[in-house]
Design a protein around this ligand. Structure first.
Ligand code: ATP
Length: 265
């Protein structure tokens, strides 16, 4: 699994949320969230479908309307134009051009990020590196439209890696991938954190992916149920797996508060 421990001299929080609330339509979809995402670590954002993971990621990337509270990202308010090149956000739907090859897709996005003739060599280098990062070098000349779903989502990830972002926000990047590709991607996430100091926030609704993360944000129904390392969550709940810890926390949250007269002294 290659889950290296985070460095001892971790540089603090890359993201800090205080009273973060988001409404969509008439619904409060994120309700008074307080959490941090530690810099240089892989943080898993886990919770059932519909709990608000995508909404939280959109808020971080600055693409979500009706956000209140404080959301500080790399020292700036979320959505600040200065963050544009410092964050890589990969949505669930791969954003690639089907009629271009993998390399042409990357070259196109590289030209948007780093335009001009003088940057030609730098762009070529960035494209080659991003292709290698996601293990698509051998498919560089294939049309994106002829790739499998997993390969297409890796092209999207490669696009996000072009600008060497400090914060990578990945919305369910391993959905639909076979176990070998899932393992390879998690290894890549850990290499990015360990070798480049990248901060990663990776969402998933598959609880077994939790064990691969340095830290977790467990969400449910628009709230953060728990935050911490997988080890701490297991220890706190006396459960052997994060999945069981999560279910225990859900049950505890659902249990009506014990009336005072029934409490043991
Ligand atoms: N455009 C919208 N208008 C109103 N409500 C929305 C809109 N988009 C999403 N929602 C609601 O917001 C809630 C959170 O959705 P969100 O997509 O953030 O959840 P999620 O945890 O990412 O789910 P999934 O794992 O299925 O992608 C859901 O209850 C959803 O129905």
């Amino acid at each position: 699994m290659n889950k290296k421990p985070p460095p001892d001299d971790a540089p603090g929080a890359a993201v800090t949320a205080t009273a973060l609330t988001v409404t969509r339509g008439s619904r409060t979809v994120l309700d008074d969230l307080h959490f941090t995402v530690e810099a240089g670590q892989v943080t898993g954002l886990l919770g059932p479908s519909g709990c608000g993971k995508t909404t939280l990621m959109r808020a971080l990337a600055g693409t979500q309307a009706k956000v209140t509270g404080t959301l500080d990202v790399l020292g700036h308010p979320a959505g600040d134009p200065r963050l544009r090149h410092r964050i890589g956000y990969v949505t669930q739907a791969p954003s690639v051009y089907d009629d271009l090859t993998v390399r042409q897709n990357l070259a196109y996005f590289a030209a948007v990020l780093d335009p001009g003739r003088r940057a030609t060599a730098r762009r070529a280098e960035a494209v080659t590196r991003a292709l290698a990062d996601v293990d698509l070098t051998s498919h560089a000349d294939a049309l994106a439209g002829q790739l499998s779903g997993g390969q297409r989502s890796r092209v999207s990830l490669a696009v996000a890696l072009l600008g060497t972002p400090e914060l990578l926000v990945l919305d369910e990047p391993t959905v639909g991938l076979d176990p070998v590709l899932r393992r390879d991607l998690w290894n890549l996430f850990h290499r990015l954190a360990a070798d480049r100091g990248t901060t990663l926030l990776v969402s998933s609704h598959v609880m077994d992916e939790a064990e691969r993360c340095h830290r977790l944000l467990l969400m449910r129904e628009g709230r953060v149920l728990a935050e911490g390392t997988p080890e701490a969550l297991r220890a706190r709940t006396h459960r052997p797996t994060v999945e069981e810890a999560f279910l225990h926390l859900v049950d505890a949250a659902d249990r009506p508060a014990t009336p005072p007269e029934e409490r043991t002294p």
